[in-house]
Design a protein around this ligand. Structure first.
Ligand code: PPS
Length: 286
């Protein structure tokens, strides 16, 4: 606690919205059902973009739902107090979000046929996105400089712990029939094909005009204007009024505008050290 995080089993969490009791109960007792869909990411990987897309696939492109219900109530976070309480009594197929590392996810996942989508992103862009977001938050530890945040990220001293451990943990599920791995980079590069792949994976066929509406309503510009999805409802309480922005840039490679040459080289070395034994195609960025 004293270092600005709420630690649970060696993993740092933000201090607001999380308790050891809920984290423990979620892992031990939360029952995933075969018809549930679990959207998994490390923070700042494009989670909310994925949630928006999946909600729109479920509504067949009709934007009414995404325009009237906050994004965290449409696909609640199983590890937060708010999300857990919503989910545990919810009937029917549920959309569920989580940033949890594999060792903290509800154990019932491993005996269920629930469909899981794991979205990855270039960790350098994840780092930059987190630097700006947590720097403008009131619920998590704030870095004083990019250099400081870079050090925290490398050590895993950021919300939900190490990107490297998180990614390695979840990648061990690759190849399972109910597990789809996607990347933010592929989603940016060919949004239409990836959205079609997601709808196929979820068994939800879309007509061409429905697909067009999913694409339009989940686009960066439209989502940035949607107060149910852009986190503007959190400003004042959890996010800084001016700089607390979820949809900041929405691009790939922004890290190049911020990393020093020394940081870029250090990051390459660490990535190589920690991830070299995994297939290169799991990381489809430059
Ligand atoms: S969080 O707070 O961890 O749940 O954040 P998360 O949603 O995972 O990631 C936020 C980044 O995703 C970008 N984003 C998008 N990019 C493209 N298109 C759309 N529609 C979109 N929605 C969110 C968002 O801009 C954050 O990235 P950065 O690099 O900070 O812009």
């Amino acid at each position: 606690m004293s270092d600005g995080y709420m630690w649970f089993e060696g993993v740092p969490f933000p201090t607001a919205g999380f308790t050891p009791e809920v984290l423990r109960e979620a892992r031990e007792s939360f029952a995933l059902k075969d018809e549930d869909v679990l959207l998994l990411t490390y923070p700042k990987s494009g989670t909310n973009w994925l949630i928006e897309i999946v909600c729109l696939i479920y509504s067949k492109g009709d934007p009414k739902w995404i325009q009237s219900v906050p994004i965290w109530d449409r696909s609640p976070w199983v590890e937060t107090e708010h999300g857990y309480n919503l989910l545990k009594d919810k009937e029917g197929p549920r959309l569920i979000s989580s940033h949890l590392p594999i060792q903290l996810i509800p154990k019932s996942l491993f005996n269920s046929k629930a469909k899981v989508i794991y979205l990855t992103r270039n960790p350098r862009d994840v780092l930059m996105s987190g630097y700006f977001f947590f720097g403008a938050s009131t619920f998590s530890k704030k870095p004083q400089s990019m250099e400081e945040y870079f050090g925290w990220f490398i050590k895993g001293n950021v919300p939900y712990g190490s990107w490297f451990d998180h990614t390695r943990g979840w990648m061990s599920m690759r190849g399972k029939e109910n597990f789809l791995i996607l990347s933010y980079e592929e989603l940016k590069r060919d949004t239409r094909s990836i959205v079609e792949m997601i709808s196929q994976f979820l068994g939800k066929k879309l007509e061409p005009e429905e697909l067009n509406s999913v694409l339009k309503n989940s686009s960066f510009q439209v989502m940035k204007e949607n107060n149910m999805s852009n986190f503007s409802l959190l400003r004042g309480q959890f996010l800084d009024e001016k700089n607390g922005i979820l949809l900041r840039k929405g691009i790939t490679g922004d890290w190049k505008n911020h990393f020093t040459v020394a940081q870029a080289e250090a990051f390459d070395r660490i990535f190589q050290e920690k991830m070299a034994d995994l297939p290169r195609e799991l990381f489809p960025w430059e």
